[in-house]
Design a protein around this ligand. Sequence first.
Ligand code: CMP
Length: 138
Amino acid sequence: MERTLSIIKPDGVARGLIGEVIKRFEDNNLKIVAMKMIYMTKAQAQGFYAVHKERPFFDSLTDFMSSGPVVVLILKGENAIAKNRELMGATNYKEAAEGTIRRDFATEIEKNIVHGSDSPGSADFEIGYFFNSFEIIC
Ligand code: CMP
C-alpha cells in the first residue's frame, strides 16, 4: 500500500470538476484517506513548488495555484503514485493519453486540473506539507 498527494487545482475547482476527478480516483481503487479545501497564499504555493523555483514558469505557476481554492487529497492504494499519474495523464495535456483527466479537461500546460506526487520522496514531502497526522485516516 502506498500513499500519494493529489491536488485538484484552481481550474478544476472553478469548473466544477471536483466530483468528476474524485469519481475517477474511487473507480480505480484509490481510497481517499484525507481531504480538504484550501486557498493558498503565494508564499504557500512557492513553498509547495520549491523544487521548481529555478524554472521559468515558477512565478506564473505559483500565481495560478494561489488564484483560487484547491482541494488537496491523500490517496491510498496499491502503486498509488503510479496509478494516480496514469489517471492524470502527461503534464502537457496535448501529450496525455485518451481518457486521462488532463486529456479530457486541461486547457493549458499550466491549467492542467490536477497535480500528483511523482515519487515516494515527493509524496512524503507533499503529504507533510498539507496534513498533520490527526487529519489522516489510517
Ligand atoms: P504539476 O504536476 O502541478 O507540476 C508542476 C506544474 O508546473 C505542472 O503540473 C504544470 O501545471 C506547470 N507548468 C507550467 N509550465 C510548465 C512547463 N513548461 N513544463 C512543465 N510544467 C509546467
